[in-house]
Design a protein. Structure first.
Lengths: 275, 114
């Protein structure tokens, strides 16, 4: 009898595989009829994983990435009497950063666009005496130089000439930056207003077509720090946008603006171009 | 965006530490460190490394799942393909369950004295 019931049960399981629960119940009742064992304690339910309270969905928590600056271990030995200069060409080769172990312009920065702008600034005058120097940006203890001949990537010959020019200017004892430039520097508030206006009226409407946006993060002296967001963040053309678009617009609208820093982390976020 | 062969990290924890294993996030893959020594508890030093052999797009140190982790100093030694090994130092930062800190830095650009 039991065997027959098992057979029918097996047939039922084969015929209705989707009703396996029902088939199991039939089998259990069959066993109970035949042997009538002692009542078994109900099997304990298998421990189910507790639902995550903080993340109801299966998506992982998206953490925000904190950016902190790396600690500089010191480019130069301390208290060196000698004028030390390090040259650091940019990866693209379009400009070279010169770091000096002396202050060149404290608290502010100045962009020299041509020889005429260098009048009475001994440092810039010395630099523009070099044939290949196109522009010079002086900020704290650094000078960033761009060259006229964009086809040359080897900076060593020009960098040595720039180094000599910086030393000569420092040794001459004249004003490195013209007094009239320093005395006419506008307040941070004026710089902020001017830059914010050009961002709102000119830059952001321009980059909005590509889903991008630019925001002004900070103004220190006449140096500004911006951040590129939206489609600009991580875009392969961000450097071009920054140097040929944003820099030009800023300097045209606010001629007194000095260094323009970009704080954008182009590899951060969920879907930057570079990743 | 070089190919990272290996990197070693040394984390000095400040006053508030954590007892969880230390994880990093490489190109959005959260992983534990290999060769882990020490701990991230208060005042302790944690050291770990990882053989990556992959191109670095992002690398972060992940905060604890609960509580806060006050980091005093992070030192990372990178060994990248076709680059000289280089070391990067980061200062104080506090991490929690919603944050991670970027510890990736491209190899230093060649600089020379003039």
């Amino acid at each position: 009898m039991n065997l027959i019931k098992r057979f029918f049960t097996g047939m039922k399981q084969e015929a209705e595989p989707e009703s396996s629960v029902m088939a199991e119940e039939v089998e259990k009742s069959t066993v109970a009829e035949v042997s009538q064992p002692e009542p078994q304690p109900e099997p304990e339910p298998e421990p189910q994983p507790e639902p995550e309270t903080e993340t109801p969905s299966n998506f992982p928590v998206v953490r925000s990435v904190i950016q902190i600056s790396a600690i500089s271990e010191g480019v130069f030995p301390k208290d060196s009497a000698e004028v030390l200069i390090k040259a650091q060409p940019s990866p693209t080769g379009d400009q070279c950063l010169f770091t000096v172990n002396r202050p060149l312009m404290t608290g502010n920065s100045w962009f020299f666009s041509d020889f005429e702008s260098a009048v009475e600034s001994s440092l810039a005058e010395a630099l523009f005496c070099l044939d290949d120097v196109e522009t010079a940006l002086v900020c704290e203890s650094t000078v960033t130089v761009t060259r006229k001949d964009k086809t040359l990537v080897d900076w060593v010959p020009l960098a040595k000439e720039v180094g000599t020019a910086i030393r000569e200017a420092l040794g001459a004892g004249k004003d490195l930056i013209a007094e009239k430039i320093i005395s006419n520097l506008p307040s941070e508030e004026k710089i902020r207003e001017g830059i914010q206006k050009v961002i709102d009226d000119e830059v952001n409407p321009g980059v909005a077509g590509h889903g991008g946006n630019i925001s002004l993060l900070a103004v220190k002296g006449n140096s500004v720090t911006i951040q590129m967001g939206g489609g600009c963040q991580g875009c392969s053309a961000a450097d071009l946008t920054l140097k040929q678009g944003i820099h030009t617009s800023f300097r045209k609208a606010v001629p007194m603006v000095g260094a323009i820093f970009d704080e954008t982390d182009h590899t951060a976020g969920l879907n930057p171009y570079f990743s | 965006m070089p190919k990272v062969n290996t990197f070693k990290v040394k984390v000095q924890t400040g006053l508030q530490g954590m007892s969880e294993p230390v994880h990093f996030n490489f190109n959005n893959h959260k992983l534990p460190f290999e060769n882990a020594v020490g701990s991230a508890e208060s005042g302790k030093v944690f050291e770990g490394s990882f053989d990556v052999s992959s191109f670095a797009h992002s690398l972060t140190l992940v905060g604890p799942e609960s509580g806060k982790w006050e980091i005093e100093k992070i030192t990372i030694e990178y060994d990248c393909e076709n680059e000289k090994p280089y070391t990067v130092h980061f200062g104080r930062v506090t991490l929690d369950e919603k944050t991670e800190v970027n510890i990736w830095q491209d190899p230093p650009v060649l600089a020379f004295d003039v």
